[in-house]
Ligand binder design. Structure first.
Ligand SMILES: C[S@@+](CC[C@H](N)C(=O)[O-])C[C@H]1O[C@@H](n2cnc3c(N)ncnc32)[C@H](O)[C@@H]1O
Length: 255
């Protein structure tokens, strides 16, 4: 992958051209990338990109590497948007690289998204990715804590907020490589998710939908909090491919 990246070729080309020689610059780039990788840096940061929902997103050390389990949010958002063609405003909280928002904007050309993040460098990268896919005119980016300065109502709200309990972070390899601000979910891991749940009634339209990514094993606890905070809604836990509760879907019917 490192060689293919440096030469701008496919993996198949690399495997089928053992006779190809590298010039001085290519060799230097290759050995530099290899030493970064060998020193433990995650491959996506060394490559500068990673795939998410079939698209190649620019990635750097200021954002979480997009994960396959987050594609469940995209799948369910697509299902909601297809079933509700008049609902075309969305809010993404903690956008990071912008992978969820930009994918959905690329899938639905009449969708408008407001996206927030507390990290300015993450927002800069989300902007680059929006430009890369030509959707920047429909993505409004704002730096803030959760939804603090957001006014107005949205048809669809989605968030993959940090959800790892602070005490677990020091034993995790990811915490050595990926930004803590993207991982740290406070004492019980649910601190940001709980804050957001309180805000959903203020931000979601009647018959709107909210999708929140969860840490495996926290589904029932989050469901309990959501039921206490949000009246007149249907709640559903959606499982990932390993069978873990991964997304909480809230279908709001308060009118
Ligand atoms: C788990 S990452 C998810 C990034 C991206 N949405 C994805 O799915 O790959 C969480 C993101 O939330 C942002 N974040 C952390 N605390 C926040 C807060 N209080 N308000 C807004 N964003 C926050 C982080 O900077 C990070 O980009």
């Amino acid at each position: 992958m490192l060689l293919a990246n440096i030469l701008g070729k496919t993996h198949t080309w690399i495997m089928t051209h053992p006779e190809a020689e590298l010039n001085f610059r290519e060799k230097e780039d290759y050995f530099h990338s290899l030493s970064r990788y060998k020193s433990g840096e995650p491959l996506p940061y060394v490559l500068g990109w990673w795939e998410f929902f079939g698209r190649r997103f620019n990635i750097n050390e200021s954002v979480l590497i997009p994960r396959p389990e987050t594609e469940h949010i995209v799948e369910h958002a697509i299902r909601f948007l297809l079933a509700n063609p008049s609902k075309r405003s969305a809010l993404d909280i903690g956008t990071g690289s912008g992978c969820i928002a930009v994918t959905l904007l690329d899938e639905f050309e009449d969708l408008q998204i407001t996206a927030t993040d507390i990290s300015y460098s993450a927002l800069k990268l989300a902007r680059d990715n929006a430009v890369k896919f030509g959707v920047e005119s429909r993505l409004r980016l704002s730096q803030m804590d959760l939804t603090i300065a957001i006014t107005g109502l949205f048809d669809l709200i989605f968030a993959n907020l940090p959800y790892i309990p602070t005490a677990s972070l020091e034993n995790l390899k990811v915490a050595r490589n990926e930004p803590l601000i993207a991982l740290n979910g406070g004492e019980d891991g649910l601190s940001l998710i709980k804050q957001l749940l309180k805000d959903i009634p203020r931000l979601l339209v009647p018959e709107g939908c909210a999708l929140l990514e969860l840490e495996a094993g926290t589904g029932e606890r989050v469901l309990e909090v959501a039921r206490a905070d949000i009246a007149k809604a249907d709640f559903r836990l959606i499982q990932d491919l390993a069978g873990h509760d991964r997304v909480l879907a809230i279908e709001y019917d308060e009118s």
